[in-house]
Design a protein around this ligand. Sequence first.
Ligand SMILES: NC(=O)C1=CN([C@@H]2O[C@H](COP(=O)(O)OP(=O)(O)OC[C@H]3O[C@@H](n4cnc5c(N)ncnc54)[C@H](OP(=O)(O)O)[C@@H]3O)[C@@H](O)[C@H]2O)C=CC1
Ligand SMILES: O=C(O)CCCC(=O)O
Length: 478
Amino acid sequence: MKELIRNSHYIDGKWVTSSTLFPVRNPATGDIIVEIARGGEVEAQQAVSAAAKAFPAWRALTAKERSIKVRRWGELMLEHKEALAELLTREQGKPIAEARGEVGYAASFLEWFAEEAKRAYGDVIPSPFPGSKILVTREPVGVVAAITPWNFPLAMITRKAAPALAAGCTMVLKPAEDTPLSALALAVLAEEAGIPAGVFNVVAGEARAIGKVFTESEIVRKLSFTGSTRTGKLLASQCANTLKKMSLELGGNAPFIVFDDADIDAAVRGAMASKFRNTGQTCVCVNRFYVQSGIYDAFTTALSTAVSKLRVGNGLTGEVEQGPLINQAALEKVQAHVADAVSKGANVLIGGQPHVLGGTFYEPTVLTNARHDMLIAEDETFGPVAACFQFDTEEEVIAAANNTPYGLSAYFYTQDMKRIWRVADAIESGMIGINEGIISTEVAPFGGVKESGLGREGSKYGLDEYVELKYLMMGGLQ
Ligand SMILES: NC(=O)C1=CN([C@@H]2O[C@H](COP(=O)(O)OP(=O)(O)OC[C@H]3O[C@@H](n4cnc5c(N)ncnc54)[C@H](OP(=O)(O)O)[C@@H]3O)[C@@H](O)[C@H]2O)C=CC1
Ligand SMILES: O=C(O)CCCC(=O)O
């Protein structure tokens, strides 16, 4: 087994330190896990140069040769599943069972795109001109920069690195300040898998300085970002001058609609899975529950009963289902949303306070009588708070669900087949769970519309984000 904890950057196949360090803390205890190198402009430039140098040889490999290495990277993740999961829980806080799930999910992107690498087919187009042939080939974009968030410290990296490397691109990565250790552990395993020096580089540290180098570089031809809409817009503006290709997976404000004819038990199971995954800290977590009047009391009561059974604590202890929030700012956001909702008339059915464990733990919470003038209706809470709105008609709820600049995920529960199609067509969202609370899988296209972003990750479509089409017109063939 490889030692997975590293405290320096991984650039050009070497472990490189910096003159200053920053602490990585366990959000469940506040303890420092390790202090790691704080990189900035210099390290970011080194990483971009290394990725540029490695690109010609990596793209020149056959798709099958790249596929073998990418697949091996994923296999190594699974061979180190327990150690990776433990590290992930220590730096991110999610319950160990969810961390194990994330290791598998992250590895699944490496397996999937190792397969897709071999299917980066071109095209032959019937030519309208005599004596000519028209061909389309698919080429790697070049050097890709990735900037990733703290909520899925492994999966958000492999969801980008797997298609990028499979397509023949090289990568520079800046992980989130709160969770760089999982990214560095991935670099250890990339090296072990035989991924050549410079193909995958990790620089942790100063977000703005590193981001500026990545976005302003003429060498970097693509930015792939997951995080807040605010930061996504900033990075997109920084990319404008070099007109980079961009994938942006940004914030959401997911509605979860429960119609009168829904199977209430199934809806509560879906609600629990979607809302409380990672303590409410995923971009596809429900933010607004819309429950039809006829079942409002029954649903909210059943939801509260389920929420009352959630066990909160340090994710490393096996029984726990809800970990801490990632940091103090996250706790303050949740507190502000709940205080604002209560001040405007929301009722607290359960929870509503910081947890007695202290730190950044917050009680799993259900609010009823939610209204649209509350902060919770506009901005993703990113915490364990289920805010329930009441509605009467399908028309009214579709208008309410769409009344947001976001459009990442949405969910609805009904047993009426005609309504399923009507509502699925009407909702403005990149992804919809229909009688289903968990939608994430490597085989399906993940991404949003409106201000939730650009592009799709995972699935057969995910490779397209890392390739350019090249059209070849061959004349004089007669
Ligand atoms: N779509 C999603 O999956 C996510 C959505 N969010 C939403 O965003 C809110 C705030 O979370 P937060 O972590 O601050 O999200 P951010 O969007 O700020 O962070 C995401 C990533 O972007 C980096 N980053 C931040 N600012 C810059 C910059 N100027 N240049 C380059 N990189 C930058 C961060 O680095 P660093 O960590 O070093 O600051 C991190 O790696 C959450 O409450 C949630 O609503 C958050 C995370 C994921
Ligand atoms: O919050 C995110 O951006 C990660 C989504 C996790 C998933 O793929 O479900």
